[in-house]
Design a protein around this ligand. Structure first.
Ligand code: HEC
Ligand code: HEC
Length: 401
């Protein structure tokens, strides 16, 4: 009994002690301020001469992009000041995230893998399901999205930005007036996002070398002088032998030149992807944007749900794992007779000849071990260290006293 009382006494003392001193200290929120260069960075000029127009039709204004950079990294754009665009789109991972799903402002996870950002000026269609066509609209969506940033009241957003002192000169320089509007916020974010270009990978350098030698033809069909033998073999496999480029085409090795595709990740997708109907009038299931492969070395994990951790796993999937989904894109189906470039695979089965009971035959590529390693080596030549490290794309915020 005495012991019992003693321990109660002890516990009470501990509790009282805790109430007075174990209480978590009130920490003043850290003050983060953007630290910007005295002279604005040059966003309007690509890092080097290129064989394509990395901004598309857009003209980049350095002051607008500078404002966009601050907005992109500002935690105050989320309801509870906890996340910014840059919390998920991380520069060192090609502006993607290194996890399958990213935590938003309340720690709830996104339902899809964070996409990489680069050369968006040259792209048509945004998000995995391509639900947004115009980047200037698109960039405002994550701010309002309840998982991502949760600030869905544009008046509240404007009001908040208006009260932050460092935005006054930024708006003035960008738009000639301090007036804050959602439209301007969207425009500035879009300009910064579009300014994130990738033009300096070894792939770009190789293409420029070939083009500089009075070459006319498809640079993707000849070896690059700056590549190793292995990388050139991988390039051949990618563009000629297994024609990954049928979907991953164009300057970003993305789907800008093609429609959204079903690559047979599953026989039946839980995330249906792009809504609507396919060529044969069936409700679409499993159609996704063909992602850009620029910086793919650092954008793991891969696919819309981040299911693959390594490039080797992705390649093994294409080699032997494509599922017989009834809407599997034709590029990945078995072909019947000799075709021209890809004759070892035979021609595509046209959609109207696909068995109507839903059966499809995914192709098996029978890649050799060397071809798989070569593909990985080639994909790594798409890395652009300039994009991954350029200070003008980095987080300008620093903690101040
Ligand atoms: C919580 C993580 C998170 C935050 C914060 C976030 N994003 Fe995203 N972002 C994603 C995810 C996930 C996707 C793919 C969503 C989908 O397809 O449904 C995406 C897609 C995108 C895309 C489309 C890329 C493409 O190739 O189609 C752009 C551009 C983009 N975000 C820009 C932004 C901007 C600008 C902000 C800040 C205003 C922002 N994101 C904030 C996770 C985030
Ligand atoms: C039928 C069109 C098509 C073909 C052919 C194709 N891909 Fe893809 N690829 C896609 C689509 C669509 C996705 C995204 C699918 C998803 O997430 O559901 C993708 C995703 C990827 C990814 C993941 C990128 C990321 O950021 O998550 C890599 C890597 C890749 N493909 C490489 C290849 C290689 C290598 C080949 C050739 C062996 C190839 N692809 C052939 C359409 C295609």
């Amino acid at each position: 009994m005495k012991n019992y009382l003693l321990s109660i006494g002890f516990l009470t003392t501990v509790l009282i002690f805790c109430f007075t001193s174990c209480k978590p200290e009130e920490v003043a929120p850290l003050k983060r301020m953007p630290v910007l260069p005295a002279e604005v960075y040059d966003y309007a000029t690509p890092a080097r001469e290129t064989f394509f127009e990395p901004f598309g039709d857009s003209i980049i204004n350095n002051h607008v992009a500078t404002l966009g950079r601050v907005l992109f990294y500002d935690h105050q754009l989320s309801l509870n000041n906890r996340v910014s665009c840059g919390s998920c789109h991380k520069q060192q991972y090609g502006f993607a995230d290194n996890r399958a799903f990213s935590p938003g402002f309340q720690n709830a996870l996104t339902t899809r893998n964070t996409q990489t950002i680069g050369n968006t000026g040259t792209q048509r269609g945004f998000f995995w399901d391509l639900r947004e066509e115009i980047l200037d609209h698109m960039v405002l969506q994550p701010i309002a999205n309840h998982v991502e940033m949760g600030l869905d009241d544009t008046l509240l957003l404007e009001d908040r930005i208006r009260q932050i002192e460092y935005y006054i000169p930024l708006f003035r320089n960008a738009f000639g007036s301090e007036e804050v509007s959602t439209r301007k916020i969207g425009l500035a974010l879009a300009q910064f996002v579009k300014s994130v270009t990738s033009v300096s990978s070894r792939y770009d350098q190789g293409a420029m070398m070939v083009l500089g030698s009075d070459f006319s033809g498809n640079v993707n069909h000849v070896p690059f002088p700056n590549y190793t033998e292995m990388e050139n073999l991988g390039k051949h496999v990618f563009f000629m032998k297994f024609a990954c480029s049928q979907c991953h085409g164009g300057v970003n090795l993305d789907g800008s030149l093609s429609a959204p595709k079903n690559i047979g990740l599953d026989a039946n997708y839980t995330d249906a992807g792009m809504p609507g109907v396919d060529e044969r009038g069936r409700v679409r299931n499993g159609f996704f944007k063909t992602p850009s492969l620029r910086n793919v070395q650092f954008t793991a994990p891969y696919m819309h749900d981040g299911r693959f951790r390594t490039l080797e796993q992705v390649i093994e999937f294409y080699n032997s794992g494509v599922q017989p989904h009834p809407q599997l894109s034709e590029e990945l189906r078995v072909r019947e007779q000799g075709g021209l470039t890809f004759e070892h695979l035979g021609p595509v089965i046209p959609f109207d000849q696909v068995p109507t009971d839903g059966r499809v035959l995914p192709q098996r590529m029978f890649m050799t071990g060397e071809e798989k390693s070569a593909l990985v080596a080639f994909l790594k030549t798409l890395t652009d260290y300039q994009t991954l490290t350029d200070p003008k794309f980095s987080d300008p915020f620093q903690v101040v006293e």
